[in-house]
Design a binder for this molecule. Structure first.
Ligand SMILES: [Zn+2]
Length: 364
């Protein structure tokens, strides 16, 4: 019995795969990509609670001749120094600058249009979800300083909203210092809400958010308005979203690509297929008519496995988008489905932690 070294096995596998029919090669490529994604785990998905990044792992040296070319799409939401950030959506401007400094030194940072094109390895694209105003005022100046292209996925009918996103309003209402006892009307029956301590308030926020998520956004807004009213919370005092003028300024910048993120940020998979198609198509139409450019990229709201399915992807394809980003973890390879691109959520990490995360994503 003989054994072969890892390098020799890889070489033999490559030559064996090269002679297979294209469909079989693609299938093997998909499996290789899945296995790769499974071992290179990212810190967290979407609006899930924060999880510490995995410690750095030894990585294979990458080169432009890698068998599986690796690219990564990183995801931010807000660049802000918010003292209370219950969903871990904020990265401070100072840390964002550190991230871009490290990224620019280690990888080729490209636009989303270029992420699947053949080129140097490693490659990274930087994206923002939702359409917060700080993307213009606090993210863009840093991106400009490093010459880094960014894609901003905008929730089209939240532009110019005086009250912002419902999850921010809900957090402000529930995380108040004064104790409250409410009964929140929900389809499955009323939910008692008691916020005696900070820990109880945060647990209540997490549970109520989970129960609201599958509902149509109009219905969520009604419930959240009632909670804000009962709690005496001002609905207009939260993180601000872009205005129409700010969106145009952002879109006019040569480093910026605007993508769509639905009209009102529903959990798409929980909605009927016709509603899914409507909100996806309308977000593209809204942004194209406001900006006068083609909107080629989409990001699934929330983006995790339970937030979209094959019907959602069919709707995105039908609307003519070139790519759609999820928050599933993994690298982008030439075998990645363009309508289900994985991403890496970045949190408010210092340069050392960010560098370790990059290493675990194959960017040494
Ligand atoms: Zn979002």
């Amino acid at each position: 019995m003989t054994t072969a070294s890892g390098g020799s096995i890889a070489r033999r596998l490559r030559s064996a795969v090269d002679v297979l029919p294209p469909r079989t090669r693609d299938r093997i490529g998909e499996l290789a990509q899945r296995a790769q994604s499974a071992v290179r785990a990212a810190p967290t998905d979407g609006l899930d609670p924060p999880v510490a990044p995995e410690p750095p792992r030894p990585t294979r040296k990458t080169s432009r001749r890698s068998w599986v070319r690796r690219a990564n799409i990183v995801m931010y939401h807000r660049i802000a120094s918010d003292p209370d950030d219950p969903y871990s959506l904020c990265v401070t401007p100072e840390r964002f600058a550190e991230h871009l400094r490290v990224l620019s030194a280690r990888a080729e940072v490209v636009s989303l249009d270029e992420i699947r094109r053949p080129g140097q390895d490693p490659t990274v694209a930087v994206t923002f979800d939702d359409g917060y105003a700080d993307n213009l005022f606090d993210a863009l100046p840093v991106a400009e300083r490093f010459g880094v292209p960014i894609t901003v996925f905008v929730t089209s009918r939240m532009v110019e909203s005086p009250t912002g996103f419902w999850w921010d309003r809900l957090a402000r209402a529930l995380l108040r210092p004064d104790r409250m006892d409410l009964s929140v009307p929900l389809p499955g029956g009323p939910m008692p809400v008691a916020t005696g301590t900070d820990a109880a308030a945060r647990a209540t926020l997490a549970e109520l958010r989970m129960r609201l998520l599958p509902l149509p956004v109009e219905q969520i807004n009604t419930v959240v308005a009632q909670v804000c009213n009962d709690a005496g919370s001002d609905e207009t005092e939260g993180p601000r979203v872009l205005t129409n003028e700010e969106l145009r300024t952002l879109a006019d910048h040569p480093l910026v690509t605007i993508g769509a993120h639905s009209t009102d940020h529903p959990l798409l998979r929980a909605q009927p297929p016709t509603s899914q198609l409507e909100t996806i198509a309308a977000s593209k139409a809204d942004l194209e008519s406001a900006l006068g450019v083609e909107v080629r990229h989409f990001a699934y709201p929330f983006g995790h496995r339970a937030s979209f399915d094959r019907r959602t992807m069919d709707a995105v394809r039908q609307c003519g988008f070139a790519t759609a980003c999820s928050t599933l973890r993994g690298c982008v390879t030439r075998w990645s489905d363009p309508l289900c691109l994985p991403r890496r959520m970045v949190m408010d990490w210092g340069a050392e932690t960010f560098g370790a995360a990059l290493e675990s994503w194959g960017i040494p």
